[in-house]
Each structure stands twice: as C-alpha cells, then as structure tokens.
Design a protein around this ligand. Structure first.
Ligand SMILES: Cc1ncc(COP(=O)(O)O)c(C=O)c1O
Length: 492
C-alpha cells in the first residue's frame, strides 16, 4: 500500500488539465491517511477521458472509428478542461483575485466548466449566452449558482445587444475577469498539455487522423499541434456546420450548438485543419440520434457533426487507418431539442418520419365534417371572411376566382386571407369591414401535391408558411397545417 499522504497537498496529484500536466506521472487518486482512494476535489478528475470503438456506426466504412468520450468529464463536456485552466492561468497572472467575478460569453459548456472551478474556488459567475442555447443548458448553469444573461442571436457581433458586446460591458465592472475562450491562449494550450498527450498515450502513437468540430478552435488547434509534432503525417479533419465561415463563404444561421463561427477567433489556427467536412443540421441531428440508439452513447448535436465528418473521411481510408473522433458533450443538454420528435418535426428534420408517407396520407387522416375546401371569393366582404374563419376555427383560407366551387384547380387560386393580416387592417381602418376581400388579399398559400412526400410539406411549413394548399392531379383538395401533420404523426 502507498504511504499515507496529505490529500490537501495538490502538488502530489497528476492533473489532466492545466499547463503543468504530465500524464505519465500516474493516477489522479491516491490513498489518503485512512487508506481510501480519493481525489482532492472534482477539478482533479477532469480530463483523461476514455476511448471507445464505434463498431456499429463504422460498419459501412473500412476502418473502425474510435471516439474520445468528452462527455465523461465531471461537468459533462470537453470544456471542463479549459474552465479550470483559464481560471488558474488568470490567478497566476493576478487577473483574478479572491472575491472576483468571472464573466464569459458561452454557449453553455464552457460556463459549466468555469462554474465548477468557481464553485470550488469561491468566485461569482455571470454567463452571457445567445438565445438559441437550450433552456436545459441555461438551467444547468444556474444550478451551479451562476447568473445567466440571454442575448439575441440575429444581431451583428458588434451590435450593443450581441452576446460579445454585453459580456464586454459586464467585464468592465471592478473585480471582473473575462476568461474569453475565443482569445485566451490557455484554451488551445490546455489541449496541447492534456487532450493531445492523452490521445498519443491512449493510441500508443498509432493515430492517423483526428476529427472534431471547431468552435473556438481550441480543441482542434491544441490537439492538432501536439499530435502533428509527434506525427507530421497526421491529418486533422474539421467537421463544420453548413452556415459557418470556417469551411465556406455561405454564412447563415444554423441550429447545431457550440461549433462553427461567423468570425476567425485568435484561438484557432486554420492551418491546422487539413480537410473540412461541411455538415447540415439535418445530418448532424440524425447522426447524433443514430449514435445514441446504435452505440448507446448519448451525444449532443455537435458530436453528430463530428461523426458525419469522421464517417465521410473514413470512407476514403484503408481498413488499418487509425481515426479518432472527439465527442464533445452529452445529449442530456438537448432532450427538448434534437431528441424531441415534435421539435424535430417543427424544424423540418423529419428523419423519424422517413417512410411516413405523403401529403395525401395526412389529408386522408383528417376526416371530419369540413367540406373539401373552405374558401372565399374576392368580392366577399372582410366581415364575411372573419365570420367564415371563426365558423371553421381556422387562421387562414384560400381565395378562389369567383364562380368556382368544389372543383377549383391551382389556376383558380388568387391568394389567401390570413387572420393576422385582417386584424391589422381592422385595427387601422374601422371601415375595412365592408371592403371586398380583393383589397386585403395576401399571397397564395404554397401548393403541394398529395403525391409529395411529407418531408417536402414539412420543409415548406418550417420555412414560415402558415399552411399549405394540397392538390390531387390538378384539383384542390384541402388545406394542410402544422397541426394536421403533428396529429397525423402522433396517431401513426
Ligand atoms: C458542444 C460543443 N462542441 C464543440 C465545441 C468546440 O470546441 P472548441 O471551442 O475547442 O473548438 C464546443 C465549444 O463550445 C461545444 O460547446
């Protein structure tokens, strides 16, 4: 048995994080004076995450991909590593003093890593998050005692409401320290000192390619630098969401959290990435769900992105290629998003409905007493339109050319009447009630065929259409709403 030791003496622990780490130093737990194997605190247990073979997901590619399970860090993500490292670097530099406040813009995981360090060390935390971050993640940071400020995503990074600007202002308060994971070199440095050496040790130096998502770029840069120094032939594969600046100029919003950017942060060295794989939200979410169901590994959306990238790259490699993919966090933070069928349906990610059938199937399932197509004519009055919307309990109705009844064709469609537009007109002009509908006409509802796959209808509905008009070989047969599709999917 080891000699009794003083567990409060931190210098005896081999830490998997921080710049002084040397993984060859031995285990992170030692026997205490009562002979128990213990770590001094949770911070000492960060890093040193295991590798696991993904034999099921890899079955259609020559090599078996191996995953580094970063969700097994004590705070549930790869960001635990940099949380404590940035705090300790700031303490050493005198930038963070007892009683200080940590202020950080974060998509959630870095917040948890920092909050754990702050809890142990007695700092206050304020986190600034974009509004697309899941409620689960926000609640989680609050559970650790952090204060969370939510900022709009759809604004320029230089806008005073953006999460970068808001956090800058908060960080100007006395005693505040902003770790700034997008600029802080302790971020990539942590991966040079811990994640990189771990991977080298765990693979016995047999690693040909490393695949990861790129957010701040800390992981890709740090791991890539370390591994390429050991093996200059190693390739780093960056898995990037469609919409991110890193892999293309086509920059637009996307739903995968934590990776991709609309600017180039100084923590990322773009030269480190040899191959970019651009991955859609749909592919990322479908792959995350597949990994959970086939491998039993519950991962977040950005893990799905990394896996799609890994599988695409692996498809071009020989059987004996050693490919490691980093899975940054757990799916527990996304149960109300990509693991929720209603959320997936509403966003047009209908992977679970494959084989669910067509627009015609939904129309047939509607049944009820509605006449085939309730509609209006352009010369009817606004008050009549309001009466009809109310009578049938609907929010929009098509407007057909006069004289047409139950056998309207797509050519007869003049436009639509929508509850929201009528309300607007009625509020602005009290005389509007007696006006003809022709004067308040809205664009036609998008048209789908009963033969169209449900995916197509869902894509239209999720891109903003209030409802769709369905036709069957040139005859309009009904209106299709989001609620109709959800009721159909729920009853299947
Ligand atoms: C879920 C998730 N995946 C991946 C990353 C990317 O890691 P890095 O910032 O080191 O590039 C992040 C970063 O926030 C993340 O939150």
């Amino acid at each position: 048995m080891n000699a009794p030791i003083d567990v409060t003496d931190r210098s005896i622990y081999s830490r998997s994080i921080g710049i002084e780490h040397d993984p060859s130093q031995g285990p992170r737990v030692h026997r205490d004076h009562l002979g128990r194997e213990v770590a001094p605190d949770l911070l000492a247990l960060m890093g040193d995450t295991p590798l696991v073979a993904l034999d099921k997901l890899s079955r259609d590619v020559p090599p078996t991909i191996v995953a580094k399970l970063e969700m097994l860090n004590p705070g549930g993500s790869v960001k635990d590593r940099i949380g404590i490292a940035m705090v300790e670097a700031a303490e050493a530099a005198g930038e963070l003093r007892p009683g200080g406040t940590i202020v950080e813009p974060t998509s959630g995981n870095t917040g948890v890593g920092l909050a754990i360090a702050a809890a142990r060390k007695g700092y206050r935390c304020i986190f600034v998050v974009p509004d697309k971050v899941s409620q689960d993640k926000i609640s989680l940071m609050r559970a650790y005692g952090a204060e969370v400020v939510v900022c709009p995503t759809a604004v320029d990074p230089k806008d005073p409401r953006s999460y970068y600007e808001v956090s800058d202002r908060l960080a100007e308060q006395p005693g505040a320290f902003k770790p700034n994971q997008y600029f802080n070199q302790a971020n990539p440095q942590t991966h040079i000192m811990s994640t990189g050496p771990e991977l080298w040790r765990q693979t016995g130096g047999n690693i040909d390619a490393f695949v990861c998502g790129v957010g701040t770029g800390g992981t890709a840069t740090g791991v890539g630098r370390y591994l390429k120094e050991r093996n200059p032939d190693l390739k780093v594969i960056g898995a990037d969401p469609e919409g991110s600046l890193y892999s293309a100029d086509d920059v637009h919003p996307y739903l995968v959290e934590g990776i991709g950017e609309d600017f180039w942060p100084p923590t990322f060295d773009p030269d480190i990435v040899d191959v970019w794989e651009r991955v859609s939200d749909q592919e990322s979410f479908a792959m995350a769900r597949r990994c959970t169901r086939e491998e039993g590994i519950l991962i977040g959306g950005s893990g799905g992105t990394a896996l799609v990238g890994a599988l695409r790259y692996a498809a071009t490699q020989p059987e004996d290629a050693s490919i490691v993919v980093l899975l940054p966090d757990s799916g527990r933070g996304y149960l109300t998003k990509l693991y929720d069928d209603t959320w997936m349906t509403e966003h047009g990610f209908v992977e679970h409905t494959s084989g669910a059938g067509s627009v015609g199937d939904v129309m047939a399932s509607k049944g009820g007493d509605l006449p085939p197509v309730v509609h209006l004519h352009p010369d009817e009055e606004v008050s009549a339109a309001i009466g009809l919307l109310k009578e049938y309990g609907v929010s929009q109705m098509p407007v057909f050319a006069g004289g047409v009844h139950d056998d309207a064709s797509p050519d007869d469609v003049l436009g639509s009447v929508r509850e929201s537009a009528l309300l607007d007109v009625a509020l602005r002009d009290p005389a509007a009630m007696t006006k003809p509908i022709a004067e308040v006409l809205q664009p036609p509802l998008p048209m789908v065929s009963t033969d169209d796959a449900l995916d197509r209808a869902l894509a239209e509905l999720s891109s903003g259409a209030p409802a769709l008009l369905a036709h069957d070989t040139g005859r309009i047969v009904g209106v299709l709403t989001r609620a109709d599709v959800l009721a159909y999917l729920a009853d299947r």
